[in-house]
Structure formats: structure tokens, C-alpha cells
Ligand binder design. Structure first.
Ligand SMILES: Cc1ncc(COP(=O)(O)O)c(C=O)c1O
Length: 361
């Protein structure tokens, strides 16, 4: 089972017993989307012929809006017809991409530590996951030298994710250029999971893997409305990049789902075309204040952490190296739900993860 599903169930049971649990585990934005996005949903859903299937590839207008977003936000020009595919939330696309690429005997290169769906997707596809170390001293970037030659031979996809869940680490454009070059050399697809590109602090602006030379041939990137526009429950995202990778993904998806409700696409267009950077900056300032509050408290509760420049998380190291025991004690003794670092791979043993997507009171 997905690690969070069991924790969420436990918190629900505690709440039903009357306990006031402070939930700092999952990264589900607590603030609403911009008003015009909600209005666009209401407007589009009131149109009588907007209730049929909207297409396996979503609407052309939505794909064009994603292409405009890439041009404006990253300076990357993509073909909305062949290089953009809407998703029912990026998690769906992540797992379906793996299902499309991986068979028994194949391997997926997943960061240790990283978002659990990369390895879970590999197992669902009857493949293997190789946990590539992303040590603190490399700024939580993958140590590619640690991948054995025979594993590399069997590998189909390399996952990267910056701003990173769970560590909050960020990278520069040169990093993506190195990853694209590595993947091109070994015949591997680079999959860049980029849902936190617009959740950044102190003026830091995250880039896209698709800015790197050759990326449109060797990489696919996932963006999400969940965190950029506080729309996690709407389940809207997009995969952008390699035409052949998107074809494979569409092959799986068109047999599995029939796209989203038209009104969701229409509201998504309004989000991408009209939400001002000021709205994003203001929202990020709220997250930043929460980040700083938690960082300040960490030394007094036996934890230490770097200051993240992006994402919704603080990756805090325990003194005794046992994140599972720390999270258990926080839950049982203080009614505070944290994510044990182990959820994110063996390299997370000593850590707990705090989410800043929870209001102060
Ligand atoms: C790194 C990462 N990728 C993907 C997702 C999934 O996001 P979505 O809501 O778009 O499915 C999350 C959600 O927390 C995440 O942290």
C-alpha cells in the first residue's frame, strides 16, 4: 500500500477518538486556488455541451495553454499537439509512464531519497527499482557513479525531482544538462518530476529540465496544478517533452482513462494564462513564514535541517538516527503527525519530513 495511505488512516482513527492531531505529514495545500480559477470552473460547467468526454489528450486549448506556460515560464518552445499531454494529476502520469516503459527484468533508477511512486510504479510494472544515492554532500543530487554497469544496462528511466520532495533541495540548469547528456549516452529516458517549480522562496526561481540541450528528445517533465495553484483536489497536471515518450504514455492512458472534465481544463487554462506572479509570490511568503517557524523550533526538539529554497517540506535529521521512532513518538506522545524519512527510501532512515502546507492554527 502507498505509505501515506496507512498513516492517513491512523490519523483519522485518532481524530475519531477525539484527539486533536496536528497534521504536518502530507503536502496538500491548505489555501484556496485563485478566485478567477474557481469562477472559470463554475462558468464552464454551466455550459450545456461541456459534459461529454473531452478527449484522451484533453482539449487543444488546454495543450496550447501549457505550451504558452512553458514559453513564458522557462523560455522553452514545445509543440502543443505532440509534446504536451494532460494528466489526471501528475501522480497518475508518473506511474503510467513507468507502466508504459518497464517490463519484467527492467529497472527504474529512483533517487534515494525520493517520491515513493517512482519505485512503487516500477514494482507495479513487475520491474525493479535501483535506489541511486542522493547524499547530503552532493546537495541531494544523484551519485550516478554508484549505479553498477549491469543495472545501467537494464535501466529504462532515471527520475529526478527539484525542488525536491522530501529534501527541499534545488538545482541549476547545468544539472539538467548533465542528466540529459547521461541519459542520452545510456539510452535512458530522463523523467523530471517538477510539481514544485512554482513553490520557491527568497527569490529563487526553479528551472525546467526541458531547458537543457537535447531534452525534448531524451526527457519528459511532469508539472502539476496541485502545488502551483493550490489545486491538489482537482487532479490536473501535464506531461511535456519527448514525443515518443508521450506516445507511450498516451497508449497506456487512452486504454485506462478518458481524460478530464472539460470545465477542469478550462479552469486550468485560466490558471496558466491569468494568475500573476504576485499571487504566487504572496502565497509562497505564507509558506516561507511557516518554514521559518519550524526551522527555528527544530534545535529544541532534537532535530536539525538545511533551509530549503523550494518545495513544501523540511527534511529534518534526528539525533539518534531513527526517524521512524521519532515520528512514532511525535504522533503518540504529542499528537503531531510527521512523515518518517523511510517513506522516501532507505537513505531516509535518520530523518522525518515536515510539511508546511498546514496553517499555523
Ligand atoms: C515529487 C512529487 N511528485 C508528484 C506528486 C503528485 O502530485 P499530483 O497532485 O500532481 O498528483 C507529488 C505530490 O505530493 C510530489 O511530491
Amino acid at each position: 500500500m502507498y505509505p501515506f495511505a496507512a498513516l492517513t488512516q491512523r490519523v483519522r482513527e485518532m481524530t475519531m477518538r477525539g484527539l486533536d492531531v496536528i497534521n504536518l505529514d502530507v503536502g496538500s495545500p491548505d489555501m484556496p486556488p485563485p478566485t478567477q480559477v474557481i469562477e472559470a470552473l463554475a462558468h464552464s460547467s454551466s455550459v450545456s455541451d461541456h459534459h461529454g468526454y473531452a478527449g484522451y489528450k484533453g482539449t487543444p486549448e488546454f495543450r496550447e495553454a501549457v505550451a504558452r506556460y512553458y514559453q513564458r515560464r522557462f523560455g522553452v518552445k514545445v509543440d502543443p499537439e505532440k509534446e504536451v499531454l494532460p494528466l489526471l494529476g501528475s501522480k497518475e502520469g508518473i506511474v503510467n509512464l513507468i507502466l508504459g516503459f518497464v517490463d519484467s527484468g527492467d529497472t527504474v533508477l529512483v533517487p534515494d531519497v525520493g517520491y515513493p511512486s517512482y519505485s512503487m510504479g516500477a514494482y507495479l510494472a513487475d520491474g525493479d527499482a535501483f535506489f541511486v544515492p542522493t547524499p547530503e554532500h552532493l546537495g541531494y543530487t544523484p551519485n550516478l557513479d554508484a549505479i553498477p554497469a549491469d543495472v545501467l544496462e537494464r535501466s529504462k528511466i532515471l527520475w529526478v525531482n527539484y525542488p525536491n520532495n522530501p529534501t527541499g533541495a534545488t538545482v541549476d540548469t547545468a544539472f539538467y544538462a548533465r542528466m540529459v547528456e547521461f541519459c542520452a549516452r545510456h539510452g535512458i529516458l530522463l523523467a523530471s518530476d517538477n510539481p514544485y517549480c512554482d513553490v520557491t522562496f527568497e527569490g529563487y526561481r526553479a528551472g525546467s529540465a526541458l531547458e537543457a540541450p537535447g531534452a525534448l528528445e531524451h526527457a519528459v517533465e511532469f508539472i502539476s496544478f496541485s502545488k502551483t495553484y493550490n489545486m491538489a483536489g482537482w487532479r490536473l497536471g501535464a506531461a511535456v517533452g519527448s514525443q515518443s515518450a508521450l506516445k507511450t504514455l498516451l497508449n497506456i492512458k487512452s486504454n485506462m482513462d478518458s481524460g478530464h472534465f472539460r470545465a477542469i481544463y478550462d479552469a486550468g487554462i485560466i490558471a496558466m494564462d491569468t494568475v500573476a506572479q504576485d499571487w504566487i509570490d504572496e502565497r509562497n511568503r505564507v509558506y516561507q513564514r511557516r518554514r521559518d517557524l519550524i526551522l527555528q523550533a527544530l534545535p529544541s526538539i532534537g532535530l536539525s535541517a538545511h533551509t530549503p529554497k523550494g518545495s513544501l517540506y523540511i527534511w529534518a535529521k534526528t539525533e539518534n538516527g531513527d526517524g521512524v521512532a521519532y515520528a512514532e513518538s511525535a504522533l503518540v506522545d504529542a499528537n503531531v503527525s510527521l512523515a518518517p524519512g523511510e517513506f522516501y527510501g532507505p537513505g531516509g532512515k535518520a530523518y522525518v519530513r515536515f510539511s508546511i502546507a498546514t496553517p499555523r492554527n
